[in-house]
Ligand binder design. Structure first.
Ligand code: FES
Length: 103
């Protein structure tokens, strides 16, 4: 199924890259930009990113279930994603504030 019409990327290609990233470090935080960067692509309209996030969550869960990851080590992925988003928002707000002072 075509997920990204701007870059012509299918769900199968995205799942494959996510699995490769998880093979490198199964506890890393994977975001759509990281997946696209690994593919040598980048988001254009970024309308596909919510679906890519769903694929990341689903593929990560499947990855850990297949490898029977220890439940005690399973990190709440959504919580990490939320934290990452909040950090990015804080950096953006800080940058805007600095730009406002300069202008
Ligand atoms: S649909 Fe993926 S970047 Fe536009």
């Amino acid at each position: 199924m075509l997920v990204c019409s701007c870059n012509y990327i299918t769900d199968k290609e995205i799942r494959s890259v996510i699995t490769e990233l998880l093979d490198e470090d199964c506890w890393q935080l994977i975001v759509p930009a990281k997946v696209y960067h690994a593919m040598g692509k980048r988001g254009r309209c970024c309308g596909c990113f919510p679906n890519v996030v769903d694929l990341i969550i689903q593929t990560t869960e499947d990855y850990h279930v297949q490898r029977r990851s220890d439940d005690a080590n399973v990190v709440d992925f959504i919580e990490r994603l939320k934290r990452f988003h909040e950090e990015q928002q804080a950096h953006l707000a800080e940058r805007r504030q600095k730009m406002g002072r300069i202008a």
